[in-house]
Design a protein around this ligand. Structure first.
Ligand code: P6P
Length: 339
């Protein structure tokens, strides 16, 4: 099939995945099935988020995750749903989840893929009805088929991703993903239980006038970041920070903008996690023509050493990210945010 033949808005996710798979004769359908499994879990989580206030699953779960963060009930539910969908789908041998201390082996020893996932990012916003999201990354395993996945499988650089995406549970629910051939967005129609192509070939504007950053931490930012934020104010940019990475990222993808979570006093290496947040969004934004760095180094070139390691994140319109890097470089002796 001619891959330049754009599929029309309204194409179902299933048909889109199938048509795209046809473009790759060597494709065996396993990655297609994995994407369907994620979409299925996303539909279920979407339904539970929408009913949370009615069926007593809003609010805190009463435990902390490995990050030391207060788990919300929906964090736990979303984690169970996505891991169960990936286990039942059969294509994934091992999962790295923000909600799990260690890797989760699915039992699918012949699963070809590894998935790294933040099942529900921004979940503290659930109770106040602010958009939240799921972020995922897919890698081909490097360990031998027929065995359990290994830590090496899970600590691959972002450049080795074969797919990445996010679900945003907002005014509408969307699935946005890439397999390395551009970025496409699908909007969920709950009455039909289907995702439909609504945003084909998403490209992020090279520049923008929106910056997303928690200025409450301003005093502990490196001067380079402080100077960049001053530049934004001088240029009358709009400050838009929802406290939900997927929501801020999605808006910046469509309108242009930059999201900055630098090193702070509370988070000397940044707050966001490399493997299941930064790498996934970095793959997506680069496929859409944008840029993602830790303030100096390309996110996808960072060498992971721990499952839950954090890194500073500057992500969005390429010219805005480059400007932040320029301001940081101007600081003597500071190569990136991380101290
Ligand atoms: P802060 C949510 O906890 C999250 O991981 C991102 O979704 C969000 O952008 C960021 O943290 C908010 O962190 O420190 O500004 O509240």
């Amino acid at each position: 099939m001619n891959d330049n033949l754009a599929l029309p808005v309204g194409t179902t996710l299933d048909r889109f995945i199938m048509r795209k798979q046809e473009e790759f004769p060597y494709a065996t359908g396993e990655l297609s099935q994995l994407l369907r499994d994620i979409a299925l879990a996303g539909k279920i989580v979407n339904r539970e988020i929408n009913r949370a206030g009615l069926i007593g699953i809003a609010g805190a779960f009463g435990q902390q995750n490995v990050q030391g963060e207060e788990q919300q009930k929906l964090d736990v539910i979303a984690n169970i749903r996505f891991i169960r969908a990936l286990r039942n789908g059969g294509e994934v041998c091992t999962v790295v989840s923000e909600e799990e201390d260690d890797v989760i082996h699915t039992g699918n020893k012949n699963g070809k893929y590894i998935v790294a996932i933040d099942p529900l990012d921004g979940s503290s916003n659930i109770d106040v009805n602010v958009a939240i999201g799921t972020i995922f990354s897919v890698y081909r395993r490097v360990s031998e088929m027929g065995t359990e996945g290994t830590l090496e499988d899970c600590l691959q650089k972002g450049t080795r991703q074969v797919a990445a995406g996010y679900l945003i549970y907002g005014s509408s629910t969307m699935l946005v993903y890439t397999t390395g051939h551009g970025v496409n967005g699908f909007t969920y129609e709950p009455s039909l239980g289907e995702f439909f192509l609504s945003h084909p070939n998403i490209t992020i504007p090279k520049n923008g006038s929106i910056y997303s950053c928690n200025e409450g931490n301003l005093n502990s930012f490196h001067d380079g970041v402080k100077n960049y934020i001053s530049l934004c104010k001088e240029n009358n940019y709009a400050a838009r920070y929802i406290g939900s990475l997927v929501a801020d990222f999605h808006r910046n993808m469509l309108k242009g903008g930059v999201y900055i979570y630098p090193a702070t006093a509370k988070a000397p290496n940044g707050k966001l996690r490399l493997i299941y947040e930064c790498n996934a969004l970095a793959f997506i934004v680069e496929q859409a023509g944008g840029k993602a760095s830790d303030g100096s180094k390309r996110i996808m070139d960072l060498e992971p050493t721990e499952l839950h390691q954090r890194c500073p994140l500057v992500i969005g319109s390429s010219e805005m990210v480059a400007k932040v890097e320029e301001y940081l470089k101007a600081e003597v002796g500071i190569n990136s945010f991380s101290v």
